[in-house]
Design a protein around this ligand. Sequence first.
Ligand code: NAP
Length: 279
Amino acid sequence: MKIGIIGLGLIGGSLGLDFKAVGGHTVIGISRRPETCSRAIARGAVDEASTVLNTLTDTDIIFICTPIAQIQPTLDQLAPHLSPQTIVTDVGSVKAPIVDAAESVWPNFVGSHPMAGTTESGIEAAQSHLFRNRPYVITPTSNTLSQSIETLENLVRSLQALPYQCTPADHDRAVAWISHTPVMVSASLIAACTAEPNPAVLELAQKLASSGFRDTSRVGGGNPELGVMMAQYNQAALMRSLIAYRTHLDQIIDLIEHQNWAELNALLTRNQQVRPKYL
Ligand code: NAP
């Protein structure tokens, strides 16, 4: 197949490395900066690369792998260059707003989101087998062509990733729980701790912090742009989860305040039993 990849960073570069390794495809890359295009070619992630979209005219499928805010503007610029049979997909971490807008510009659009990544970004962070054994969510709607879903699923399977299908809205609610809410909960833990009014206690806490704090603060102490992006693009689902979370936190506060150790123990026991289902 002739495959286009726009945005040669961690995800776009990693897709390119794997499609090239699978073989039988021509991979054409597009990125914003010429030096990224040169590095992508040198790393073997693409056969050719440039900064202009018109090289993608006769591609079978195009993966838009830019930052979320650039997905829709990229599709708007891309659409006039394409033939109707070209499938366009994206890899954005939020689906409903992207799919809603993209379908009206390009009817042959299939939203998707590979559940794989690292904390690094850019073409140097691209790696082979990033998607192996990881879920790759495809979010069709009633407008999506079944043949296009099948083509994307077959490509996903060739990366040894695990294709899942769900609606864009269900995807956004699920990632709000397992990705976006943890960032905000972890961020508020760091902020609350840092607001400790006694400077001696704060300093002591910072000296004593170990693996527990490292684990619980990791996602809240990461890239601020990513956190804002999650809140901005998945606002409704994130608010829904955060409000439910606040209710549960209030219940725990209430149990502790009333020294209801039996109920607290029951709650923590249920959590201990259910946690493996997420991991
Ligand atoms: P990234 O490493 O920063 O890569 C994005 C690349 O897009 C940049 O390297 C940049 O390349 C290029 N770019 C930026 N604006 C562009 C434009 N207007 N036209 C063409 N190329 C442009 O980011 P990423 O982590 O791969 O994330 C990309 C997408 O994947 C996002 O939508 C994100 O939601 C999604 N995603 C990320 C992860 C993750 O864990 N990181 C996981 C799943 C999905 P230049 O060097 O040319 O500027």
